[in-house]
Design a protein around this ligand. Structure first.
Ligand code: HEC
Ligand code: HEC
Ligand code: HEC
Ligand code: HEC
Ligand code: HEC
Length: 398
């Protein structure tokens, strides 16, 4: 009886629909290195992206956040790693840990467990790689909104690549067209870029909910507009690579300073004894979006001639509290302060006081990946997290 039950359970494991662990990769499809001979440009572009840096070994902020969550929620580090892997490393061979694992881990009996083996697997070194996005068979839109990452996906058998072309032909792997890549790729992006919640179930980021329908897709801005190129450098048409309309695979975003220039527009005017500063956002999602504790900073310089009379700073960010009412990081939050982001295709206005004697006011808007509060909590060391990225400047002469 027990064997039958086990067999039944393991067949659900193997062929189950949404939420099943991804099938184990074989030698031919181990990692992006296996794609490089025929997709060299795509592999190079992707490897510079933060999809390729979504592993705790490669990202200090992620690593320190995981440790902090583990410490405060009294779960084992590995249980947290598995939880975060749902979106940060969805090819992991286990998708949840249970109380049994926590007990084993306290007793130090976890060494040979399925969880530890899964976390040590070489297949996970590459984070959100080609085999995450292109080995998906189906995105389950029918599931509860809280099911994200691997819990929303159904996988292909290894060796079948889902792509944007109906007529692609590869000697190395099977291909199949899928709408969530070809026609409406935001469906794929929202598998992970939506409904990001704390261990307490508090939703602190949701790009899907903010999203305003436009002609532009996520991929137009975060990959590139479609342009002439090749999908594969293999000579498959008259001994030459086949020309195709393709996009770059850089997934450029908040970590790239150049993406921030002009991302928002500043304007200021005098109204009575104040300045009204307007920040305009033409993008289809709020800014910041996607993750908590990001920060917009408005620096104000009151000047007369070249002399600076006074400097002020306004921080637009969110602060989080845990269940004991203490300041915390987004992943442990039960509540947040007011949302200070600039709404999608909308604007935010701020009132700034005038200063007697000032003849010129310079407003500068910039962005930081981590606000001071979280920076301090996690004791981050790399300079990138607190570096200011320039967005826009506006000068008002009185
Ligand atoms: C629902 C999917 C999902 C889950 C689960 C998830 N994340 Fe994320 N995480 C994201 C996405 C999407 C981003 C990128 C958002 C952005 O850049 O604005 C992100 C970004 C981050 C960042 C910022 C990294 C950087 O380079 O700036 C940290 C830190 C982070 N996550 C920590 C965690 C931790 C810790 C866990 C587990 C407790 C976790 N995440 C679980 C989706 C998820
Ligand atoms: C985050 C998801 C994601 C990841 C990771 C990813 N891709 Fe893609 N890929 C896409 C999307 C979306 C498109 C469709 C773009 C379009 O509209 O043309 C695409 C298109 C393609 C195409 C067709 C040519 C083109 O540019 O349209 C090839 C080939 C491809 N990807 C290979 C790869 C390889 C190889 C890797 C790993 C280095 C990879 N992809 C990583 C999402 C992804
Ligand atoms: C031996 C060469 C070769 C290797 C290795 C290879 N591919 Fe391809 N791939 C191709 C060719 C050729 C095409 C078709 C190009 C075309 O039709 O323009 C293709 C097409 C694709 C497409 C588009 C499919 C569609 O239906 O739109 C994806 C996605 C893709 N490959 C992903 C991968 C990934 C991921 C790997 C690595 C695990 C990989 N390929 C390894 C040759 C290769
Ligand atoms: C399997 C989950 C998953 C999918 C699917 C996914 N992403 Fe991401 N994405 C993430 C995570 C996790 C991060 C955070 C990586 C980090 O900073 O460690 C991220 C980061 C990003 C960033 C921020 C990069 C930066 O430098 O700040 C952009 C932009 C992005 N993704 C765009 C997309 C687009 C466009 C799609 C759809 C074609 C997509 N993603 C699909 C999980 C995903
Ligand atoms: C019209 C262009 C445009 C479109 C379309 C667009 N974005 Fe963005 N996105 C931006 C700009 C500009 C920024 C701010 C600069 C940056 O981070 O690259 C941004 C920032 C982001 C970030 C990083 C936010 C942070 O502070 O960590 C993520 C993640 C992201 N977008 C995801 C998406 C997803 C997912 C979609 C589709 C649902 C999408 N974007 C559609 C322009 C766009």
């Amino acid at each position: 009886m027990r064997t039958i039950m086990l067999l039944m359970m393991s067949s659900i494991w193997l062929f189950g629909a949404a939420g099943s662990a991804a099938p184990q990769l074989n030698e031919k499809f181990q990692d992006s290195g296996k794609c490089k001979a025929c997709h060299v440009q795509i592999v190079n572009e992707w490897s510079e992206s933060y999809h390729a840096k979504s592993h705790y070994n490669n990202n200090e902020y992620l690593r320190e956040s995981m440790k902090f969550v583990g410490r405060k929620s009294r779960k084992s580090d590995n249980a947290i790693k598995v939880e975060c892997a749902a979106c940060h490393n969805p090819r992991i061979a286990v998708t949840e840990t249970g109380l049994d694992y926590e007990i084993d881990s306290v007793m130090k009996l976890n060494k040979n467990s399925k969880v530890d083996k899964a976390l040590e697997s070489d297949q996970l070194n590459e984070e959100i790689n080609c085999l995450v996005c292109h080995n998906v068979n189906k995105v389950h839109l029918d599931l509860n909104d809280s099911k994200r990452g691997v819990h929303r996906l159904e996988w292909n058998p290894v060796g079948i690549m889902s792509g944007p072309f109906k007529d692609a032909n590869s000697p190395y792997h099977k291909t199949q067209y899928r709408d969530f890549i070809g026609n409406d790729p935001k469906q794929l992006c929202f598998v992970c870029h939506a409904n990001d919640r704390s261990v307490e179930g508090f939703v602190f980021a949701n790009t899907e909910k903010e999203y305003k329908e436009t002609k532009k897709q996520c991929v137009d801005c975060h990959m590139s507009p479609k342009k002439e190129g090749v999908a594969s450098n293999l000579p498959i048409e008259n001994r030459k690579p086949k020309k195709r309309m393709v996009r770059e695979h850089g997934f450029v975003g908040a970590h790239q300073a150049w993406m921030w220039e002009g991302a928002l527009r500043l304007k200021a005017e005098v109204q009575g004894k104040e300045f009204i500063v307007t920040i305009n956002n033409e993008n289809p999602h709020n800014i910041p979006t996607g993750f908590g504790s990001r920060e917009l900073i408005l620096d104000i310089e009151y000047k007369t001639g070249s002399k600076v009379l006074k400097e002020e700073k306004i921080s637009l960010t969110q602060h989080y509290k845990d269940k004991r009412g203490k300041v915390t990081i987004p992943h442990l939050a039960v509540e947040a302060s007011e949302d200070m982001s600039v709404p999608a295709q909308g604007s935010k206005t701020l009132k700034v006081p005038m200063l007697e004697g000032a003849g010129m006011i310079v407003f500068t808007l910039s962005y930081r990946l981590v606000n001071d509060e979280v920076h301090e909590l996690l004791k981050l060391k790399e300079p990138q997290w607190s570096e200011k990225k320039f967005i826009d400047k506006y000068t008002l002469r009185l």
